[in-house]
Design a protein around this ligand. Structure first.
Ligand code: FO1
Length: 316
């Protein structure tokens, strides 16, 4: 079985851990969001790709969900002593090695897709991990500051401002002229079905789908998503702040309606949201309710198995 998965960071990584356990023989291709990528201290940081790679490769800080296990922050502290910032983005010493390798190879002219494969040679995540594009796409957030509009990098809004300042607009800058990375469209076309993990519908899945060609390729397949919203709140992260920026209510039903029946064939919601099963606005989408909290790897595997089961049903 071949499965393509569009992935953000922590939620996707935990879901993928479950999927790998539930379907050990499946060929899984993960198409990762790179709109969150940021250049810091001259280094290219790819938070979502790294979160998936470290989680599946056994090197994640499991409690936090991002960054390396057994991490120290000596370099960041030294940089702060030099007055060189930003100090608000917690780049650890072990993690920095990944960004140094990636940046060195990028400077040599290698594409991000090739570099990601090289990094995965070390981590062996058990899936094929592809960036959505080798081109530069940067998610930008327009906020209001002192009565004027200001546009900041997604990470500044998310990490420094804790998404507490309302976003007027969220823009995947550069997406319109980006091309899918080599292998992305082929993996989607070859997949038996596509899964959308409980990732942020706006800044993770939405940004991947904004790369020309990807939404069309995905729509041609059976697609099953797992709701990132349970009982009117994001399972983790601040997806509610992102949904507010695009005028979508923070409910499992509204997120599925936002994707729409043209993209989505099946939708898993939590039992708390079981009214979505019969919601008239989700006509054309097969909705199933089951417990969706991925609090242990075993529960993540159960959810992944349920997503695969639904995907098989809607593929028929
Ligand atoms: N998230 C934070 O909330 N604070 C941090 O200092 C932080 C550092 C960081 C470093 C490397 C990395 O790969 C991820 C990091 N994240 C941090 C997570 C990241 O900002 C976001 O959660 C994702 O980009 C959203 O998927």
């Amino acid at each position: 079985m071949r499965i393509a998965v569009l992935a953000g960071g922590v939620g996707a990584a935990r879901f993928l851990q479950g999927l790998r356990a539930a379907e050990p023989d499946a060929e899984i291709t993960v198409i990762g969001n790179t709109g969150d990528d940021i250049t810091l201290f001259g280094l290219h940081v790819s938070p979502d790709l790294d979160t998936v790679m470290y989680t599946l490769g056994g090197g994640i800080n499991a409690e936090q969900g991002w960054g390396r296990s057994d991490e120290t922050f000596t370099v960041l502290a030294e940089l702060t002593e030099y007055g060189t910032g930003p100090g608000w983005f917690g780049l650890g010493d072990r993690d920095l090695a990944t960004h140094i390798v990636r940046s060195k190879l990028l400077a040599e002219g290698r594409p991000l897709s090739e570099i990601t494969a090289m990094l995965c040679d070390r981590w062996r995540p058990g899936v094929r991990l592809l960036p959505m594009t080798d081109d530069r796409v940067q998610t930008e957030v327009t906020i209001e500051a002192d009565g004027a509009e200001r546009t900041v990098h997604f990470q500044e809004w998310w990490v420094r401002l804790h998404a507490a300042v309302p976003a007027r607009r969220i823009t995947p800058a550069g997406a319109e002229s980006a091309r899918p990375a080599p292998g992305v469209l082929e993996a989607i076309a070859a997949a038996d079905f596509v899964l959308l993990p409980p990732s942020n519908p706006v800044v993770s899945i939405g940004v991947i789908l904004a790369v020309p060609g990807i939404a069309e390729a995905v729509s041609a397949k059976a697609v099953v998503g797992v709701s990132p919203i349970i009982g009117g709140a994001p399972v983790r992260g601040m997806a509610d702040a992102c949904l507010a920026a695009i005028g979508v209510p923070t409910t499992a039903t509204a997120v599925a309606a936002h994707y729409g029946p043209g993209l989505l064939d099946g939708w898993l919601v939590d039992t708390q949201d079981k009214q979505a099963v019969d919601a008239p606005e989700l006509a054309g989408i097969e909705v199933r309710a089951r417990p969706l909290y991925m609090s242990t790897p075993a529960l993540a595997a159960d959810i992944a198995a349920a997503a695969v089961d639904l995907a098989r049903q809607v593929s028929r």
